[in-house]
Design a protein around this ligand. Structure first.
Ligand SMILES: [Zn+2]
Length: 144
């Protein structure tokens, strides 16, 4: 079955009722596999509570997710992967098909040489770096 057909078939959140899929868990999160993997060892870390945005995680959930991401990463290392990516999709245009927040751990995936618009990536100019830095540092100073 293709993933797009699976998505049409599901009637409730698959991550809220995934107890049988847990490899390891802690108080507020669990480590599992991806049912529609990009790679044969594509792992997921999922909060137990149905939460859509990582901005809404509690401090305990942040801590528990980070602990399981590290365990998942160690498992990938034991599987002899030197390279893997940790990916979280956030926001309505992020292409997140299951709305329940989840962290992907994907071995040997190349994000690629193209940018988010499919255009070959460019090196920032000195003025672009200066402008970007000023904006990000300014925003960061306003975040508590
Ligand atoms: Zn859910």
């Amino acid at each position: 079955m293709f993933y797009h057909d699976y998505l049409k078939k599901i009637k409730s959140c698959p991550f809220c009722k995934a107890k049988k899929r847990m490899f390891i868990d802690n108080e507020s999160a669990y480590l599992t596999y991806s049912k529609a993997p990009y790679h044969s060892h594509h792992l997921l870390v999922i909060p137990k509570r149905h939460v859509v945005s990582f901005f809404n995680l509690s401090a305990q959930e942040d801590k528990d997710i980070a602990a399981l991401v590290k365990i998942g990463a160690q498992i990938l290392k034991k599987l002899k992967y030197d390279s893997f990516s940790i990916l979280v999709r956030e926001g309505p245009d992020s292409d997140k098909s299951i709305k329940h927040l989840h962290y992907h751990l994907i071995p040997n995936i190349r994000i690629g040489d193209v940018d988010a618009h499919g255009i070959p990536r460019k090196i920032l100019t000195a003025s672009e770096i200066k402008s970007l830095s000023a904006k990000i540092i300014s925003l960061a100073s306003k975040i508590k």
